[in-house]
Structure formats: structure tokens, C-alpha cells
Ligand binder design. Structure first.
Ligand SMILES: [Zn+2]
Ligand SMILES: [Zn+2]
Length: 157
């Protein structure tokens, strides 16, 4: 697949062919139909976050599931989905109480793993983290919800 590769901090990204991702146990692969660009991407790009290079940024995404890993119960190929950019482990006390945003074992596409500036992205613990997009909501609108809406909602509530 093609992805935007960050080889060095604060340098231009390059579009290159990389290996196809595979769905891990409990996770899915999503074909990216829309992705946002966020100030948090800039923080990772200049080195404020501890990302491993080479890296693929992007954490505001929406798309269609193209592969489902072992053990996933709620999702099928073809589902239109998005994700909050903090993905909980799905198993700990925080996740089970509905507070995956503070899971100590969290993953973040575009930070702790390769993100959505790519044709496909892996989303882990899919039964906990993945969110269905209603048919009348566009991929572009949905891609903006996981980071921006979830951050504002958690701050206010
Ligand atoms: Zn963001
Ligand atoms: Zn957790």
C-alpha cells in the first residue's frame, strides 16, 4: 500500500510503497477514506512525542473495514467506521468502566503505531474502540469526530 513516510523529524514526508498491514488478534484493518490533519500531528512531526522512525502519522480517520482479526465479534468486512484516537486495550478496569481514553495500555494510530496517512490502518481492540458511522454521515465528517469531538466531550464531562 502507499503511505506518507516520516523518515526524520521536521522534514518533508514522502509517499512510498510499504508492506500491507495485517489484522492482529482482536483488531481490524480499515481502508482509509478520510483523514484529518491536526496540531497533534505537528507535535509528533517536530519531536514532542516519542514516535519510532520511520513513522506514518495520522490519527483522525474514517473508512471501511477490509480485514477482521481473530476474536473480533462486533465487526465485519464492509462496515463504515471511525475510532477515537486513543484506543484502549479493551480489558483493563479503565476500559471496562467506559474510560478507555485513560487506559494505561493504550495505542494511538499516528503515535504509538503507524497511522492513517496511508491507504490502510490497523485498529486494535476493535470491539472496544471502533465506532460505526451512520449511513447519512460522511467519511469526512466522521474523521473529525474521534479526536476533536471526543477530546472536547471528555473535557466538558
Ligand atoms: Zn487530532
Ligand atoms: Zn485498557
Amino acid at each position: 500500500m502507499r503511505a506518507m513516510i516520516m523518515d526524520a523529524l521536521a522534514e518533508p514526508l514522502e509517499v512510498r510503497e510499504v508492506a500491507e498491514p495485517a489484522a492482529p488478534a482482536g483488531g481490524v484493518v480499515v481502508e482509509v477514506h478520510a483523514t484529518g490533519l491536526c496540531k497533534s500531528d505537528w507535535h509528533a512531526w517536530v519531536g514532542h512525542d516519542d514516535v519510532a522512525l520511520p513513522h506514518v502519522p495520522g490519527h483522525e480517520l474514517a473508512g471501511v473495514i477490509v480485514e477482521v482479526g481473530d476474536g473480533v465479534e462486533r465487526w465485519s468486512v464492509g462496515d463504515r467506521v471511525t475510532v477515537p484516537f486513543v484506543m484502549g486495550c479493551g480489558a483493563c478496569e479503565w476500559c471496562r468502566s467506559g474510560n478507555a481514553q485513560v487506559c494505561p495500555d493504550q495505542q494511538q494510530p499516528g503515535f504509538t503505531q503507524w497511522g492513517s496517512f496511508a491507504e490502510r490502518v490497523v485498529l486494535r481492540a476493535a470491539d472496544t474502540n471502533v465506532v460505526r458511522i451512520p449511513d447519512d454521515v460522511s467519511f469526512e465528517a466522521a474523521a473529525a469526530l474521534g479526536c476533536r469531538f471526543a477530546t472536547a466531550y471528555r473535557a466538558l464531562t
